[in-house]
Design a protein around this ligand. Sequence first.
Ligand code: AMP
Length: 483
Amino acid sequence: MTSNFSNLSLAPQLARAVAEMGYETMTPIQEQAIPVVLQGRDVMGAAQTGTGKTAAFALPLLQRMMKHENASTSPARHPVRALVLLPTRELAVQVAEQVKLYAKYTHLNSAVVFGGMDMKGQTAELKKGVEVLVATPGRLLDHIEAKNAVLNQVEYVVLDEADRMLDIGFLPDLQRILSYLPKQRITLLFSATFSPEIKRLASSYLQDPVTIEVARSNATASTVEQHFYSVDADDKRRALHQVLKTRGMKQAFVFVNSKLGCARLARSLEKEGLKTTALHGDKSQDERLKALEAFKSGEVDLLVCTDVAARGLDIKDVPAVFNFDVPFNAEDYVHRIGRTGRAGASGLAVSFVASSDQRLVADIEKLVKTKIELEPFAFDEAPGEHQRINDGRRMYRQAEDAAPRERQERREPREFRERREAPPHRQAAAPRDPFFDQPYESSVAPDAQPAWEAAAKANPQRSSVSANIKPKKKVAALFKLGE
Ligand code: AMP
């Protein structure tokens, strides 16, 4: 099998860009998808961000478009030929950045359009003529309606992170967009899950697709050291400080469940001397991009974020991920810890579990099909320090109160929704064991009774605590999932 880019016979302009990026060997998704896309077949791919998926579709599409390449400055000579749709602004920006790098030595233009920003700059870009247009669905429809984007010469469509687009409620927008495109085209659909909805979407819009599934790298799973510490809600910040200090962590993601909690925690940590920035859906687009850049450049050490703001972001080598709040959706746990231990680097994932979070831990346990043991957290700081950090106690209460409101906001109309948070995955999809090694595929009936509920019925005194969760001795002990 061809596993080196040098064996692909890419156009010299593309080969040069790939070499400049330092890629030599193809990732599994690239190895499987590139030849199929080069042949002009439709693809249904199960692969997640971080697997090299962008190059897997962008390189063969650019290669196929090279026959149209021209140096003319006339916009008419640069019609949109490839359309890449993504669910969020961050993902769209990330994919567009990569496409630009791959196309750097060609005369194929690319642009990105997404909501939450003035349309003027995007319109000016579109008017210059672009062969590859990366977009979020809502804003693309705005540009189509304003006649800034003409899609009648589109030959290739990529529906990336399709499951998330459906989760966000983009199906009607997608259907409208696809209705503007020529019937004769190549369609590539990528999704973390092959749920019935995704299969329906594929059967409506793909022709005889080649199905490609790749595992997440084994290295990711085995190199992430995971801990679940039992900590009072009021002590979580103190515990975070201690882990950072004792482990000598340089950078970390800190996940919280609500936008309000995110902003407040970031402010408190900043006051406590940690270089911190917040990433959540109420931040302006500019602020979000700046926050990301600051983290990527090492200007800030802690990125405090909500799930939807962070999912899919390609930030490599984050040494640690903290679940300051245990996620409401077990699947988000898997996404969160996927930020660390990437590309063979070792990583640390620490979850702080207050007593009210134990039911959520039981959900994670059920999803990853691995027993989770709560470890008591052994504090080593002086009580005075404890008191100081606990001054933020009200913050946690308010963050918890804010959570239902955040869910309420998710029912807003599209134009507002795209500016805010996307909803979490509604149905937890259960990866196989070891849980990182397979693309997500649900094996749990949506209405199946969670294990913790069954346990609660069998033993009413244990209420909502998983039968598998047993508080252990008062020593912080290491353990790894999936060993
Ligand atoms: P993606 O899954 O497309 O978001 O890619 C994840 C990261 O892997 C990006 O930073 C890419 O630049 C990088 N990458 C993609 N393909 C390769 C490759 N063959 N070798 C090394 N790095 C790659």
